[in-house]
Ligand binder design. Structure first.
Ligand code: ATP
Length: 354
């Protein structure tokens, strides 16, 4: 039996997490869900968006399945003290509970899946890409300063260690998921030191994976390619900032944020969660698209070694999305969360309800 830390989150979180749990359980996989408080609801109930107990239990489980958490106020800090940390040690502080979970778990690679589905309206067609993003460095270390009044400077940090870890992960992910090609995305023609190091490391690591094709592309050309030749990309690995931008580009290209599955892989714990936020505009209306959460669940099952259950979910989602009657409003339809969830459950259970 797998122990999984379950955090339903805020906004549409509880609706889509319940839907995903229903789907995951329909596969028959043996999971012991450990229900934990987190996000705005935890703040209201317990005074902290990431209670110490939640973080400690998540780290003990090593796997978390999470809905979106409301973002913290600008000046708010999250300073959890997980079990086992000495009272004398200064606890680390984060700008959000989600960030705290990712970092305390030793997160080093974020994965975002974006693909088109037959029958789902989207601005482009033929996309099926895995974005693998380094998440600890690059320009997002937020080390900035202002020189006099009219000049501001930001540091971009790229290290061999973090680059090696994320690129190796991208190749391993490609191998496990039978993907054929890894592309390193960068801008080394301009940023010769930082992005130059990243792409050099990527080329070195690629030599260990002769069975997987490797190439590299400039980030601007990559964005253009997503639009002009979307099926070209397979697995794309990149530094933090390019990953941030390309994830959103690809999510929009796929048709809806509600289809975007994601995960953060860490040395101590891995967190599986959709790419979008809490969608407060539609929370509680029963019309949220649960597919992002359901496909994040499939990613989690694959991580747990349950390949056949992961594949069953992905196949059922593909099948169900091909019928417009199952489309939620974000996809232009009028199906409810429950309707699409039930259709996926029925496909998995072999009780085709058409
Ligand atoms: P937050 O403040 O938590 O980031 P947000 O509304 O600013 O929330 P998102 O939650 O990412 O940002 O939502 C952006 C838009 O996409 C909203 O209009 C939202 O309704 C829609 N959206 C996001 N996720 C889904 C989903 N799963 N199903 C349907 N619509 C969604």
């Amino acid at each position: 039996m797998h122990k999984v830390a379950l955090m339903k989150g805020d906004g549409i979180g509880p609706e889509i997490v319940d839907a995903a749990v229903q789907v995951i359980e329909a596969t028959g996989v043996d999971i012991d869900w450990i229900h934990l408080e987190g996000g705005q609801s935890a703040r209201k109930k317990l005074g902290a968006s990431l209670p110490d107990e939640t973080l400690s239990t998540y780290l003990e489980c090593g796997v978390g399945f999470k809905g979106p958490f409301s973002v913290e106020m600008e000046d708010e800090r999250v300073t959890p003290r997980p079990r086992g940390v000495s009272k004398n040690k200064q606890p680390r502080s984060y700008n959000s509970a989600t960030n705290a979970l990712r970092r305390e778990g030793g997160g080093f690679a974020a994965v975002r899946l974006a693909r088109n589905y037959r029958g789902v309206p989207a601005p482009i067609h033929g996309l099926d890409v895995v974005i693998v993003r380094e998440i600890n460095e690059d320009i997002y270390v937020a080390s900035e300063y202002t020189v006099e009044d009219d000049t501001a400077v930001a540091l971009k940090i790229i290290t061999r260690k973090a680059s090696e870890a994320v690129v190796r992960f991208a190749f391993e992910f490609a191998k496990r998921n039978r993907r054929k090609r890894v592309t390193a995305v960068h801008k080394a023609n301009v940023l010769k030191q930082t992005d130059g190091l990243f792409v050099r490391v990527a080329r070195e690591i690629a030599c260990n994976y002769p069975e997987i094709e490797f190439n590299d592309r400039f980030v601007d050309a990559s964005c253009a390619m997503i639009v002009s030749n979307p099926s070209w990309f397979d697995v794309a690995v990149m530094p933090n900032q390019y990953g941030d931008i390309m994830s959103d580009l690809c999510a929009a290209a796929a048709g809806s944020l509600g289809l975007g599955a994601g995960a953060t892989y860490g040395t101590q714990a891995c967190l599986f969660e959709p790419v979008h936020g809490t969608a407060p505009d539609i929370a509680g209306k029963g019309i949220a698209n649960p597919v992002s959460q359901i496909l994040s669940g499939a990613l989690m099952l694959r991580h747990l070694g349950e390949e056949q259950y992961a594949a069953a979910i992905e196949l059922a989602v593909k099948d169900v999305l091909s019928e417009t009657a199952n489309h939620t409003p974000d996809l232009g339809g009028n199906a409810t969360t429950q309707k699409i969830t039930q259709a996926i459950v029925d496909r998995i259970s072999g009780h085709n309800s058409r």
